[in-house]
Design a protein around this ligand. Sequence first.
Ligand SMILES: [Ca+2]
Ligand SMILES: [Ca+2]
Ligand SMILES: [Ca+2]
Ligand SMILES: [Ca+2]
Ligand SMILES: [Zn+2]
Length: 524
Amino acid sequence: MSYTKSSLLAASIVAALGVSAFAAASSGLTPAARARGLVDANALAVRRAGGDAFVARQVLVDANGTEHVRFDRTYLGLPVIGGDLVIHSRNGQFDSASLTLKSSERPNLAARLTANDAIVEAGARFGSGFQGTPTARKVVYARGARPVLGWEVVLQGVKADQTPTDMHYIVDANSGLVLDHWDTIMTAAALGTGRTLYSGNIGLGTNSVTGGFQMRDMGRGSTYTTDFKNGATSKPGTGTIFSDADNTWGNNATSDRASAGADAHFGVATTWDFYKTLGRSGIANDGKGSYSRVHVGTNYVNAFWSDGCFCMSYGDGDGVTYSPLVDLDVAGHEMTHGVTSRSANLSYSGESGGLNEATSDIMGSMVEFYANNAKDTPDYLIGEEIYIANVSGSSTQKALRYMYNPFKDTKSPNCYTSTLGTLDVHYSSGVANHFFYLLAEGTTPKTFSGVSHTSPTCNSSTLAGIGRDAATKIWYRALTVYMTSSTNYAGARVATLKAATDLYGAGSANYNAVAATWTAVSVN
Ligand SMILES: [Ca+2]
Ligand SMILES: [Ca+2]
Ligand SMILES: [Ca+2]
Ligand SMILES: [Ca+2]
Ligand SMILES: [Zn+2]
């Protein structure tokens, strides 16, 4: 068994809610058509030539309605390398165009070199050992000062370290000079669009491969997302990486298996970026990625991190009360288990286990605040998006856990007692979740995502809150610098006070707030 240690999202989830329709957002191609009109109306700005044609490749719409439509360009049927552009507009009004093309000049399409001449030139660069048959196609190469006619030659092979290589060379069709070259294997980062279940339509880091795209984020350690095709939760293996022809993933509904994949992939990317703000590069702080498996198990209502595979797994939910467990805060929660295992390595039992779980809830929620997504607005509820009956913005939304008032679930204590460590780790986390909420936000009631957050202290004290940013920095430093595998609640108090001393000084307002907040949850 490669699954030496797994951290589940929840102890157990009891199905108790009614059914409601899961309304899926959808958006058509209207923004693309609008932007296409703006290309024609702004020929100068887009360096348009007679003979140019445009194909929309990606549509992104901001929460405020600003549209960003990406186009590829051809000239008399030939791809224009470097002719791609993005039209930015709002309410149909042209705002600007992003492009690197410098000229509306186009070359004469008569080539002095043949395709075979170009293959010989490129082959000399590639060296011996290519596999298959090299190909060449005519292109307009437009990355230089003025567009020229070129041959794009593709040579495939395998590098010494067994990495496949798919080399593209641009050979000037008249001079025979090699103007440019690139490899589409491993280094070809691309930006796709995810039509997620919970976060609307978002940008996704992908990579381009022969024939399409893969859900592999080249900008974030080559992290990738796979379809586990409902294989058993105990089954080892990576699953099948999501691949797609047009780099638009999912349809905002579970009818497309890639929708949940887009949520998980977005969750890891956002968590990666969040940790970057804390100075951390990836789960192990080594810049390396991991992978996420979605559609794990059958109607499985949980998610887990596994140290064995260094990967995250997400169930589909039961489809009645719970939808797929790929909520953004859940993704942040799971990835944070990896961060914990590569830092304090808190044991997954007793009080340490509660602190381990709390660390995942804390950072998962801070990922939600960091993303500030219009569809999954930030709050201190865990996993609220997976409840099919929850209405966005409603005051009665249910969640797996409630950080501001953990006992709302009737199982997670708000206040420390000496028997806390005997509880399941998903309940003994409550006291630390409560501590973090009070430290960041204080006791004055606040509303997040339409839900009133009122947080009672155990000693009737009132607290001002030091803000999420400072609270996050303190917890992260305590986790990565001072906590060890067996740190208990008393040790967490010591660790966070040391972190606050490092960051803000002993006796500083933030230091005093950390002390008063632990006291407010009965940790002395
Ligand atoms: Ca697609
Ligand atoms: Ca959420
Ligand atoms: Ca939310
Ligand atoms: Ca949440
Ligand atoms: Zn967990």
